[in-house]
Design a protein around this ligand. Structure first.
Ligand code: COI
Length: 355
């Protein structure tokens, strides 16, 4: 890999870190001192810069603001037991970003800019990586179409930015979800597998209605018949049915979650049977009636594992047993945390230690 060693760095005059209460972090509240910025113009990426975190200046006609060419990633860096900083699964996040950008007809970001830029950014803001259990530095790479033109067209100009911020664990208490059978998050042939802004915007209204009914999130179903489970809110979803870890198979309407992949891989390593296949709403309801379902949880970068306590299916709430340290989800999550912290061998090469 050719390294982008000529990244210009403009350091912030006064760090904002003293304003952060690291004992009371909130997801999405704090941003670290610096951001990486790279522009795509005249058919090529310009040399990236590291700048103090600040507002952007954009044309009101910037294409992203109108026609939705926006893509993002969600990643985390962890403070390891020996004090090093670990950017988790950096290559896989770059691969997924590339797939999302391709689907949205946006300029793909070369791996060297992504990795070298992110590494330098995290090295500069390494004091922002928290160390308390469950905390991490959330990393938000994203790209927007910046060409100033209000005709509907594929943009010729883009801005790629990475900013970060310290975050706590979220969804530590089990959540209530509702199987959504009216609205859809993603359709076959659509953009469900891509991490593009529109997928999240489209989810707000059904989620708002579910919240008014007392649920925390929705369980999305397929858009054709609403018979098969797809994802949970902003996460993938997994079930333990008959002692097997079951999750919907990937498709063009399901995000290829990196936490999903990590949990499945760890489960296999631990000798837990796994199945990636269609999971119908009917199967889920039968599993509650036959008492063969013992766990259900969301899996995502932000939440890691979000245990589910209740699933609403067509107006009836079905309840899961309480979770404990012996639950499969707890055992797998714990192993993932041990790998990230460097307390157990990283046999799959997932950790990327910041030099
Ligand atoms: C993540 O889990 O990282 C996500 O992207 C979900 C959300 C915070 C948008």
């Amino acid at each position: 890999m050719e390294l982008v060693s000529n990244i210009e760095v403009h350091k912030i005059k006064k760090s904002g870190i003293s304003e952060v209460n690291f004992n009371q972090l909130e997801f999405g509240k704090y941003t670290s001192d610096h951001m990486l910025v790279a522009d795509f113009a005249n058919g090529e990426w310009q040399t990236p810069k590291i700048l103090p975190y600040a507002n952007l200046s954009l044309s009101p006609a910037a294409l992203a603001l109108h026609y939705g060419q926006t893509v993002f990633e969600g990643m985390k860096a962890f403070r390891m037991a020996n004090g090093s900083v670990n950017i988790f699964r950096i290559h896989k996040h770059h691969q997924r970003l590339t797939k999302s950008l391709h689907r949205m007809c946006m300029a793909e970001i070369p791996e060297d800019i992504f990795i070298e830029g992110l590494t330098q950014l995290i090295a500069l803001d390494q004091d922002w990586v928290p160390s308390a259990p469950g905390t991490s530095l959330y990393i938000r790479p994203f790209m927007i179409a910046t060409e100033s033109r209000f005709g509907v067209k594929i943009s010729d100009e883009y801005r790629f930015i990475i900013f970060t911020g310290p975050v706590p664990s979220i969804y530590t208490e089990p959540i209530k979800v509702k199987v959504e059978t009216e609205f859809s998050r993603a359709a076959k042939g659509g953009t469900g597998f891509a991490k593009c802004g529109g997928n999240y915007g489209a989810a707000y209204f059904p989620t708002k209605l579910a919240k008014e009914q007392g649920y925390d999130q929705v369980l999305w179903t397929d858009s054709i018949e609403h018979k098969f489970i797809e994802e949970s809110g902003m996460m993938n979803v997994m079930f333990v049915i008959n002692e097997t870890l079951v999750t919907p198979a990937l498709s063009d309407s399901i995000l290829d979650g990196i936490t999903r992949d990590s949990l499945l891989t760890i489960a296999k390593d631990l000798g837990i049977k796994t199945e990636e296949r269609p999971v119908s709403v009917f199967e889920l309801q039968s599993a509650f009636e036959n008492k063969t379902i013992s766990e259900a949880f969301g899996a995502g970068t932000a939440a890691v594992v979000a245990p589910i306590k209740t699933i609403g299916i067509n107006g009836t709430d079905f309840h899961l047993p309480a979770y404990s340290a012996d639950s499969k989800s707890s055992i797998i999550k714990n192993k993932l945390e041990q790998i990230r912290a460097g307390n157990t061998e990283d046999i799959h090469g997932w950790n990327f230690i910041v030099p």
